[in-house]
Design a protein around this ligand. Structure first.
Ligand SMILES: [Zn+2]
Length: 88
């Protein structure tokens, strides 16, 4: 089942471990051990990350972003606590 999250800034610790989570629910969107990222010689080994605030839809191993003026119905932030404010 697809769920749309809101990308928080990514964080890298010890110049090795990179993680990007949903800023709302904490779901892990990206996670890398940078010592295990292989690229061609001369290329930047830094993995791509989601722009902060991007709406990132995750469905299994696939993920993508989409422009939206409002949270989609499958957003993690749409729950009984927030739904009332989104529909008024
Ligand atoms: Zn989320």
């Amino acid at each position: 089942m697809a769920v749309t999250h809101i990308a928080a800034p990514h964080i890298t610790i010890s110049d090795r471990f990179m993680r990007q989570r949903c800023g709302w629910c904490g779901e892990t969107l990206l996670e890398y051990d940078l010592t295990r990222v292989a690229v061609l010689a001369g290329q930047d080994p830094t993995p791509a990350t989601w722009p902060t605030g991007a709406l990132v839809t995750v469905d299994g191993n696939a993920s993508w972003t989409a422009e939206a003026d409002r949270l989609p119905d499958d957003a993690c932030a749409v729950n009984p606590l927030t739904l009332a404010s989104l529909t008024t």
